[in-house]
Every structure is written in structure tokens, then in C-alpha cells.
Design a protein around this ligand. Structure first.
Ligand SMILES: [Zn+2]
Length: 198
């Protein structure tokens, strides 16, 4: 019966356009946030979007790397259980990544919440992979919530920021909110189109 349900779910997405490239035909449904980012008890009802074979291949590689490396820096209450219970198996399957992380790890000093320096272990991290995955996730969520495709002429830009950068960003956003509601040029350029078939 589980097999039957699986077939029904994949049929729901088959033949639709891929939410990620907005060009090729989808071959299956994709969990926009990979199930492996979550503990097995927290994987129910994750949103899905149609995905083509090429995007599925690229996204799977990004997810494989990031589900292995991100839990080392996780702050979510589930992060330490995720790190202890799931990451060792992933590292076991990827000997090259395991060796790379081990060889390049180093001790760094970072300020705690009171400003006191404490030592911690830092591992190398390919931030561009995180940015690329999040730009795909943004496209998947736009499709999931509004059935909209971002076609040629649109792009999603993602950036990682430091704590200082985040403070600056919050200040800019709060200033924008207090201004009169005249649309900014970038808002006027946004034009979203509904996809056919929904
Ligand atoms: Zn695609």
C-alpha cells in the first residue's frame, strides 16, 4: 500500500514544469527542505514541489554535503541529537569529506554572549553551496505557496551574513518600514505570473 501511495504522489508532480529551473519537465516531487535535515520524528508534512532530473541531481548533491556539515554549527534544540545520531553515518559514507573536515579543522576563539573568548573547533565550510541550496529552496517555496515559476529575467539572490551584517540589515529594513509607502523601484519591477495547469 505504501508503494501505491508513493506512485500517486509522484504522479501528482509528473508532467508539471520543474519549480527550480522553470524550464524542464518534472520527473518527481521533491521535498523542498530535504527530510535528512530533520530528525525522523520531525519529518511529517514537509512541503514538496515538482523537480526535473537535472535539478534533482544538483539539489541532492548540495543536500548531501549540507546535511553532513551544517549540524556541526546548528543552534536548533534538535541540532546536537542530529549531529550525534545522523552525521556519523553520513561521514562514514563519504570518506573524502570526512578526511577533509578532519585535516582542516582548527581551534578558534570566539566571544560568548558576555564577550569572553572561548575556544571552539572550526571546520571548513563551502558557503556557496548553502547559498545555492537556499536559492533553490526559495524557488520551491514560491511554487509551493503561489504556484508561480520564476522564469528568465528573474533571479533569486541569497547571501550569508555575519552577526554584524545581520544587525545592519535589520536597521535598514526597520528604516524602510517607517518611510511613507511609496513603492521602491525594485518593487515595481516585480511581476509574478501564474503557471498554467493550476
Ligand atoms: Zn529543473
Amino acid at each position: 500500500m505504501i508503494c501505491h501511495i508513493g506512485e500517486t504522489v509522484s504522479k501528482k508532480f509528473k508532467g508539471l514544469r520543474c519549480a527550480y529551473c522553470a524550464v524542464r519537465e518534472a520527473v518527481t516531487g521533491d521535498h523542498i527542505f530535504a527530510r535528512e535535515f530533520f530528525l525522523p520524528s520531525a519529518r511529517a508534512n514537509l512541503p514538496k514541489a515538482p523537480i526535473c532530473a537535472e535539478c534533482n541531481n544538483e539539489k541532492s548533491k548540495l543536500e548531501h554535503y549540507l546535511t553532513t556539515v551544517l549540524p556541526f554549527g546548528g543552534r536548533h534544540p534538535d541540532a546536537s541529537e542530529n549531529l550525534a545520531s545522523m552525521v556519523p553515518k553520513r561521514l562514514g559514507r563519504n570518506v573524502r569529506l570526512h578526511r577533509h573536515l578532519k585535516e582542516k579543522q582548527k581551534v578558534v576563539f570566539v566571544p560568548d554572549k558576555d564577550g569572553k573568548l572561548e575556544d571552539t573547533i572550526a571546520i571548513p565550510f563551502e558557503g556557496e553551496k548553502l547559498e545555492r541550496l537556499f536559492s533553490m529552496i526559495a524557488r520551491g517555496l514560491i511554487w509551493y505557496h503561489w504556484h508561480v515559476y520564476l522564469e528568465d529575467g528573474y533571479e533569486v539572490q541569497t547571501r550569508t551574513v555575519t552577526a554584524l551584517g545581520l544587525r545592519h540589515y535589520d536597521e535598514v529594513v526597520s528604516q524602510e518600514r517607517t518611510r511613507p509607502s511609496q513603492p521602491e523601484p525594485w518593487q515595481r519591477r516585480v511581476r509574478l505570473r501564474r503557471c498554467s495547469g493550476h
